[in-house]
Write a protein that binds this ligand. Structure first.
Ligand SMILES: [Zn+2]
Length: 102
């Protein structure tokens, strides 16, 4: 696939997810549909979603989750810098390690 098309599709997924996040509280069904469309784009054209977009989906049930609304984000308490994400749909908690950039 041409890199131009790939960039365009990724941009489109970004817009869909951005809209879904802002719609989540007022129109949950619409947000769910927009998130599904974004996911379908990535599977149909076989492109990996960028990290910033992938974190909007639950690792286990692949549902679209919104921090503070359908997901709970807590800071990890161990020495490893991490955040803990709890999905409200399947109650699954998983960790994301925050890499130290310095
Ligand atoms: Zn889940």
């Amino acid at each position: 696939m041409k890199p131009v098309i790939k960039a365009l599709l990724i941009e489109r997924m970004g817009i869909l997810i951005k809209n879904a996040t802002s719609n989540a509280r007022v129109h949950p069904e619409l947000a769910q549909r927009q998130a599904m469309l974004a996911k379908r784009l990535s599977t149909k054209y076989r492109i990996r979603m960028p990290y910033e977009l992938r974190i909007h989906y639950c690792k286990r049930c692949k549902q679209f989750i919104v921090p503070g609304f359908t997901a709970r984000i807590r800071i990890g308490r161990s020495n490893v810098k991490s955040i803990r994400i709890t999905c409200n749909f399947c109650n699954h908690t998983y960790r994301k390690i925050i890499k130290n950039k310095f």
